[in-house]
Design a protein around this ligand. Structure first.
Ligand SMILES: Nc1ncnc2c1ncn2[C@@H]1O[C@H](COP(=O)(O)OP(=O)(O)OP(=O)(O)O)[C@@H](O)[C@H]1O
Ligand SMILES: [Mg+2]
Length: 295
């Protein structure tokens, strides 16, 4: 492992090397090499393909040249210190960044080979295919039932009451909330506890049978029992779906994901099989993070 940081400005130039032959011997990386992600960022059966993604908030660049595939039936965990760009990157995948004033996304992003940012893409069906669960639960100001039934209704997945009832019950069961709410389905979703609201939002996300689910720290407001239920659900959903999950819990990343992506200062430093990332990381920055030296 080298002692280089990701700061491109610290790269030694060819001119410097000529003046200092010792530097030539040392492991000096060029800017392009420093930006390169180590490990296995790409895969053969990609559902989502992201290439050379740059994201800006006004003048400030938050994501630098990130390329990553997320495979079918795969869970990819995204980890890294606060502010490194995990949420920003996740939001690119279903164009949630479109809703943030001054946010600009560059690069090639495809879902099943189709451009996510294509001029003809309608974001409403896109967000049904690529659902999202946010860190802070955001139930609609509607009943528990309607929170879950809303998506299937507007996307024409179900219209008859019996069909909707079945989707609502099934989604709430899978999110581990059914038993707590089955007798109060007509009560407001906002009247639930924080952890219950989060499970309601997860039920709402899966009710439209998305192909991809993006989860941004979905368990940060949940107790260990609800967390275990959601982790089981993630494993179950993987049989049919593709999942990207941001988490601050390395144990959770290790439990639910097949590959783990480590972000640092807006750059994707390393992507590897989850076990490799946590037992034998390739990059020193990943190692520093997982051993708790920063983050
Ligand atoms: N709406 C916004 N406007 C301006 N800058 C933003 C906005 N959202 C995020 N940023 C900046 O972009 C960078 C990445 O933020 P992001 O929220 O993606 O990080 P994160 O890895 O999800 O952090 P955390 O673990 O704390 O959630 C940060 O420097 C942040 O300040
Ligand atoms: Mg975040």
């Amino acid at each position: 492992m080298t002692t280089m940081t990701l700061n491109a400005g610290s790269a030694v130039t060819a001119g410097d090397q000529a003046k200092n032959p010792a530097a030539e011997q040392s492991v000096v990386k060029t800017k392009a090499e420093i930006l390169k992600t180590v490990g296995k960022p790409l895969c053969d059966n990609a559902k989502l393909r992201m290439r050379n993604v740059n994201v800006y908030y006004g003048e400030t660049q938050a994501i630098h040249n990130v390329s990553l595939d997320i495979g079918r039936n795969e869970v990819v965990a995204m980890i890294g210190p606060s502010g490194c760009g995990k949420s920003t990157f996740l939001r690119c995948l279903n164009r949630m960044n479109d809703t943030i004033e001054g946010c600009r996304v560059e690069g090639d992003l495809t879902l099943d080979g189709e451009a996510i940012y294509g001029p003809k893409v309608d974001v409403v069906p896109l967000r049904a295919r690529v659902g999202m669960v946010f860190q802070k639960p955001n139930p609609f100001p509607k009943s528990i039932y309607d929170n879950v039934a809303y998506g299937p209704k507007i996307h024409g997945i179900a219209s008859r009451r019996a069909e909707l009832d079945e989707i609502v019950e099934n989604s709430l069961r899978r999110a581990g909330l059914w038993n707590e709410v089955k007798d109060r389905l007509d009560k407001p979703g906002t009247g639930l506890s924080g952890g219950q609201q989060q499970r309601l939002c997860i039920a709402r996300a899966i009710a439209v049978s998305p192909e991809v689910i993006l989860m941004d720290e979905p368990c940060s407001a949940l107790d260990p029992i609800a967390t275990a239920r959601i982790e089981e659900l993630i494993d179950e959903l993987r049989e049919n779906y593709t999942i990207a999950i941001v988490t601050h819990s390395m144990q959770q990343a290790a439990r639910v994901s097949q590959r783990t992506a480590y972000f640092h200062l807006g750059k994707l430093v390393e992507v590897n099989d989850t076990e490799t990332v946590f037992t034998n990381p390739e990059h020193e920055l990943t190692e520093a993070y997982i051993t708790g030296r920063f983050g």
